[in-house]
Design a protein around this ligand. Structure first.
Ligand SMILES: NC(=O)c1ccc[n+]([C@@H]2O[C@H](COP(=O)([O-])OP(=O)(O)OC[C@H]3O[C@@H](n4cnc5c(N)ncnc54)[C@H](OP(=O)(O)O)[C@@H]3O)[C@@H](O)[C@H]2O)c1
Length: 314
């Protein structure tokens, strides 16, 4: 896959994709490239005005882009259910789901359902979404679920004793936990699909360090202007462009040689920038006991059971 770029994306006409957090950063560039290659893309966003503006921007480059805007707040399970119900009622299946949206190192907040915000948004919201969209995914051959993680997974630990950081909240530890959860989820979904002989490809990707809004959200929430300026400087001087950061997830979503359980990131120094390549997940993500336990807890917390995966084993 030497120097794979968006030019290498195969034709996607007839395929439908859902991209979470499609209005900004990596989600925006992923949407724009999937649409440029003919896919119908549902831009799932918590702010439909922002998503409509992003869709207009994409259409200015490609007037025939097939884009839909739909409301999805991953920090609210009712919204996740509403999105999945509406999607399922109005589409005949789903070829590509990109679990991309995320928040990083924000001050302590809770989701509508009382989960710690980073775990709730980055992992539990996507866990529920994927489970609810599973019938749509299984209606299409070779459907793919791409879950976006981060190098921060390396610092993560699934703290089952205090999963929601009720006793102690440390913003980076909570981010690391949520991004490790993304990798554990991606691998467990792949394992279950294989075990049940289900035609579903679950893969992961990370962008390295890409210039997006991600780094500024936390400082903005707290009004720490100097930190916002510092992150802007880092984005300008060190990060790679968001369009480049989106390549690993685009590869994972579209390249023909991708198989379930693989993980993609940039090929450059410390996997922080460059072109997509296969990279190992963190070692901790390979712990099957933790993966199974997290899956079980996630089903209990969200009330979303992956019944089709259960049924397939009977
Ligand atoms: N940029 C990097 O260097 C980097 C590195 C490693 C991993 N990542 C991962 O890449 C993914 C994309 O982030 P990004 O860098 O593109 O950042 P971004 O520009 O801030 O985009 C994040 C997107 O997620 C959305 N979002 C946040 N909370 C949401 C919620 N409750 N419901 C629905 N959508 C929500 C945001 O919506 P709003 O616009 O409304 O806020 C935005 O559209 C994240 O999973 C992040 O962890 C990024």
């Amino acid at each position: 896959m030497a120097r794979w770029t968006e030019k290498d994306i195969p034709p996607l006409a007839g395929r439908t994709a859902v991209v979470t957090g499609a209005n900004s950063g990596l989600g925006f560039h992923t949407t724009s490239q999937l649409a440029a290659h003919g896919a119908n893309v549902v831009m799932a966003s918590r702010d439909t005005a922002k998503a409509s503006a992003a869709a207009d921007e994409i259409r200015r480059q490609a007037s025939d882009a097939k884009l839909e805007v739909a409301e999805l707040d991953l920090a609210n399970l009712e919204s996740v259910r509403r999105f999945a119900d509406t999607y399922t009622a109005s589409h005949e299946g789903l070829d590509i789901l990109i679990n991309n949206a995320g928040v990083m190192a924000i001050p302590h907040r809770r989701t509508a359902d009382g989960f710690e915000m980073q775990l709730g948004t980055n992992h539990l919201g996507h866990f529920a979404l994927t489970g609810l969209l599973l019938p749509s995914l299984l209606a299409r051959p070779d459907a793919r679920v791409v879950t976006v993680s981060s190098g921060a997974a390396r610092t993560g630990r699934i703290n089952f004793d205090d999963l929601q950081s009720e006793r102690k909240y440390r913003r980076w530890a909570a981010y690391g936990q949520s991004k490790l959860a993304n990798q554990l989820f991606m691998l467990e979904l792949d394992r279950l699909a294989r075990l049940r002989h289900i035609d579903l490809v679950s893969v992961g990707a990370h962008p390295g360090y890409a210039a997006t809004n991600l780094q500024a959200v936390g400082p903005n929430m707290e009004g720490r202007a100097w930190m916002t300026r510092l992150t802007a400087l880092g984005n300008r001087l060190i990060a790679q462009p968001a369009s480049q950061g989106a390549l690993p997830q685009l590869y994972a979503a579209t390249a023909p040689d991708v198989v379930g359980g693989e993980y993609f990131g940039p090929d450059g120094l410390f996997n922080q920038r460059g072109y997509p390549t296969r990279v190992p997940t963190v070692r901790k993500a390979l712990d099957r006991d933790v993966a199974r336990r997290l899956w079980q807890v996630s089903e209990e917390l969200t009330g979303v059971r992956y019944a089709l995966l259960d049924a397939a084993v009977a």
